[in-house]
Design a protein around this ligand. Structure first.
Ligand SMILES: CC(=O)N[C@H]1[C@@H](OP(=O)(O)O)O[C@H](CO)[C@@H](O)[C@@H]1O
Ligand SMILES: [Mg+2]
Length: 544
């Protein structure tokens, strides 16, 4: 090789190193289910590097567009975060997660870390990387988007800005582009509107709804489906109050109390609903002023599974499989209800949407919800094509009207539910559409099963990794003393309990469940188990 010829990738690497700098952010960040999250003003370098990383990911996928969403979901307003989305709209490939962590935290020569996975010179010269970028309503989000763009462009990638969007809209847009459909938000609303009319058969949803937008982007995004639910009032819009503070899906589900409404108007409605800060979660409830009767993710899954299983049976298709994924947190009564539905398999997955999504991918119709309101129903290509062929074959056949009706209904469910990720707005329409079709009111939905009593606690310990779990977190392997204590405390008939280290916070989560009506028992079990966690795992601060 000629001594004066420079290796192009070496040049790109040193340029990149000088752009990325040799400093790094204050704490070690992990790429978790939700990407990187921290106080917004500590994330600048991480976000710039995520732009570079996203461009590299797109490059190795032959220029297929990758997504980047700037959001910290239900976290406080001063936090922010960034996560990457695969071209088909799913979460970042799990093999890239440790690389992302290593690259973002590298304090010295970060480009070298990247070059383990991809030849940087190639990325810069091929110029085929495309990155679709969206952001939530946080005041820090625009700055972070600019940094993502700077990172993408630093190695010759192209940025497609889709602006202020919900997380599911970003996933939808990336997936749409991959499928050569219009990659814009208008398309998102058009698909949903059409599917909602098909599902409801143009009937009006009569109940009134107050929707709490958590003072975030969902309250704006819901305008796109204006009129579909005639009696819908939106409260807690951006600017009304601090994002997610004392309102939103996470608050209502965890505290089991109604949200603060930041405007002075008084509202009453048959049903209330709360989105989280990036609108990928929804819970619905009856608001009793000082408490709520909650329809959580378990109840969404139950209603959807019941509806899908009924219409699959009457469609006459017997070849399509249906699976529902639940987590250890799913209420035992919901599990029992689902087990009794004909033709429906139950699978238990670890906590976190990516695990649930993976668990149902092997089914033609895969239904998953976390109790906290994150979920959707996924139709495989095979399911859509079988339903479509049958629909075409039966078209105009008046004698088969009931069968046609079920096939059309199932196709509408598959269009309305976001096929990339759980979506609070799509889920609102899906649930309202099903209640409308089934002529059910909110109470009838709650009567599907009686929820068992449960109690959640968190315990701070020195090192949460001393706890090793098994069976999708439903039992403890280590420490043995803790394992034995839990088995003993939760040994009464109809009781169960587990503990697991949180994947998103530095705490151990404790869950205890007791039969219907035995709230005190559930709380007592959770407390005693929390004390065992504290005693056996190096508790920090005051003993529970
Ligand atoms: C009990 C609980 O609500 N856990 C949440 C929470 O995970 P933890 O690993 O429990 O911290 O955040 C995840 C990401 O948002 C969400 O998927 C999950 O459901
Ligand atoms: Mg969220």
């Amino acid at each position: 090789m000629n001594q004066t010829t420079k290796d192009p990738s070496a040049t790109a690497m040193s340029d990149l190193d000088s752009l990325l700098g040799h400093r790094h952010h204050p704490s070690y960040l992990h790429y978790g289910t939700a990407g990187f999250r921290a106080l917004a003003n500590t994330l600048y370098e991480a976000v710039l590097r995520c732009g570079v990383l996203a461009a590299c990911r797109s490059h190795v996928l032959n220029g297929k567009a990758v997504g980047v969403m700037v959001t910290a979901s239900h976290n406080p307003p001063d936090d922010n975060g960034v996560k990457l989305v695969e071209p088909d709209g799913s979460m970042l490939n799990s093999e890239w997660e440790p690389l992302a962590t290593e690259f973002i935290n590298a304090s010295d020569r970060p480009a070298q870390v990247l070059s383990k996975m991809v030849s940087i010179g190639d990325v810069a010269t091929a110029r085929k990387a495309v990155v679709v970028v969206g952001r939530d309503s946080r005041s820090s989000s625009s700055t972070l988007v600019d940094l993502v763009a700077q990172g993408v462009e630093a190695i010759g990638g192209r940025v497609v800005h889709i602006g202020l969007v919900t997380t599911p809209q970003l996933h939808f847009a990336v997936r749409a582009r991959y499928r050569q459909e219009p990659c814009n938000i208008l398309h998102y609303y058009e698909i949903m509107k059409k599917a909602y009319h098909k599902l409801t058969q143009n009937n009006r949803f009569r109940a009134s709804i107050v929707l709490d937008g958590a003072n975030g982007v969902g309250a704006d995004a819901i305008k796109g489906i204006k009129g579909l639910i005639p009696n819908l009032v939106v409260v807690n819009k951006p600017g009304d109050g601090p994002l997610n503070q004392d309102c939103g899906a996470d608050f209502v589900q965890k505290k089991r109390c109604p949200p603060v409404v930041y405007t002075s108007d008084k509202h009453q409605a048959d049903i209330w609903a709360s989105l989280d800060g990036d609108a990928d979660r929804l819970v619905m409830y009856r608001n009793n002023g000082d408490g709520v009767l909650l329809a959580d993710g378990d109840r969404f899954a139950a209603l959807v599974a019941k509806f899908v299983s009924k219409h699959l049976a009457s469609s006459g298709i017997s070849t399509l499989t249906v699976g529902v994924a639940q987590t250890a947190y799913s209420n035992g009564a919901a599990t029992e209800y689902l087990q009794a539905l004909p033709g429906v398999d139950i699978v238990i997955a670890k906590t976190g949407v990516k695990h649930l999504e993976k668990a149902v991918k092997k089914y033609d119709v895969g239904i998953y919800w976390e109790p906290n309101g994150h979920g959707t129903v996924l139709f495989s290509e095979n399911a859509v094509s079988e339903l479509q062929s049958l629909s075409d074959a039966l078209s105009g056949n008046a004698q088969k009207a009931a069968q046609v009706n079920s096939v059309t209904t199932l196709l509408a469910v598959g269009k309305l539910a976001n096929q990339a990720v759980g979506d609070g707005i799509a889920d609102l329409l899906l649930i309202c559409g099903i209640l409308c079709r089934e002529d059910m009111d909110f109470d009838a939905w709650l009567r599907l099963y009686d929820e068992r009593c449960s109690s959640n606690m968190v315990v701070k310990v020195q090192d949460k990794s001393v706890i090793e779990t098994a069976d999708c977190d439903r039992s403890v392997k280590e420490p043995i003393a803790l394992r034995e204590a839990i088995l003993e405390i939760a040994s009464a008939q109809g009781c169960r309990a587990f503990v697991r280290p949180s994947g998103t916070e530095d705490v151990v989560r404790v869950y205890a469940e007791a039969p219907v009506g035995k709230d005190d028992l559930a709380q007592d079990m959770a407390l005693r188990i929390s004390q065992s966690v504290f005693d056996h795992c190096g508790g920090v601060g005051a003993r529970p």
